[in-house]
Write a protein that binds this ligand. Structure first.
Ligand code: NDP
Length: 245
């Protein structure tokens, strides 16, 4: 990844932060975004403590202007954009019978529309630069198999897989490869927020019998961003200990 520039939305904690750290370790320049300024500053301190080349911006993926500002920051600071990781995501769980309109809307806006806004802004910059690129969408096992209590989240992540395939077809012409990585149960704030019984029920279905780490997701994202994956596009890669096959 030497000299490459990667944007990671929601790169301030959890899986996004692990992806940013992986990219820096492998020689990339990194731009991370998130909504919370304090969390962003803590993440930037952590990412740059060993001399890593990272910049960050308080930006909400659901806002078009913010998406464009994040891409602009990558070009201003590092002169180019090679990799976009659409990682920012939220949950607002509840059974469909009781789900509020706002819980549906917020999850779809963040997890699906946010990826659309970022993909449009980033792919414009990549097409203009004529240098190809990689787009990685962080989906979820829920988008493939569905999770009870997560109709909004499962729908958004299934939509993200459709977005991945459609954009892979459109952007292949410009050498931009688009893939999805679908994590299972991964140890982050998001998984910690699951009720214990829901978490235990999921864990009981994992053949590898343990929760995954953010680093294990980052390894897959890193591979797909690198030269080894030059003939891979429009695919979904599951990192889930066998939870879904
Ligand atoms: P976390 O809740 O730990 O982190 C989410 C990150 O996204 C934070 O940096 C958060 O920062 C940022 N974020 C949330 N909303 C927005 C927004 N509107 N605009 C910009 N940034 C935003 O989640 P994980 O690390 O666990 O999840 C990362 C991705 O992986 C998500 O897409 C999630 O759906 C997916 N995933 C996670 C799994 C798990 O078990 N953990 C399983 C399967 C998929 P801030 O709050 O400051 O905005």
């Amino acid at each position: 990844m030497n000299g490459k520039v990667a944007v990671i939305t929601g790169g301030t904690r959890g899986i996004g932060l692990a992806i940013a750290a992986w990219m820096l370790e492998h020689g990339a320049n990194v731009v991370v975004s998130g909504r919370d300024a304090d969390r962003l500053n803590v993440a930037l301190k952590e990412l740059t403590q060993d001399g890593g080349s990272a910049a960050g911006l308080v930006a909400d993926v659901t806002r078009r202007e913010d998406a464009e500002r994040v891409v602009e920051l990558a070009r201003e600071r590092f002169g180019r954009l090679d990799v976009l990781v659409n990682n920012a995501g939220i949950t607002r769980d509840g059974l469909i019978l009781r789900m509020k309109d706002d819980d549906w809307d917020r999850v779809l806006e963040t997890n699906l529309k946010g990826a659309f806004l970022m993909t449009r802004a980033a792919s414009k910059a990549m097409v203009r630069a004529k240098s190809g690129g990689r787009i990685l969408n962080i989906a979820s096992t829920a988008g493939a198999m569905g999770n009870a209590g997560q109709a909004n989240y499962s729908a958004a992540k299934a939509g993200l897989i459709g977005l991945t395939k459609a954009t892979a077809r459109e952007l292949a012409h410009w050498g931009i490869l688009v893939n999805a990585v679908a994590p299972g149960l991964i140890e982050t704030d998001m998984a910690a927020a699951l009720p214990t019984d829901a978490r235990d029920a999921l864990l009981a279905q994992v053949p590898l019998k343990r929760i995954g780490t953010a680093r294990e997701v980052a390894e897959m994202v890193g591979f797909l961003a690198g030269d080894g994956a030059a003939y891979v596009t429009g695919q979904v890669f599951h990192v889930n200990g066998g939870l879904y096959m």
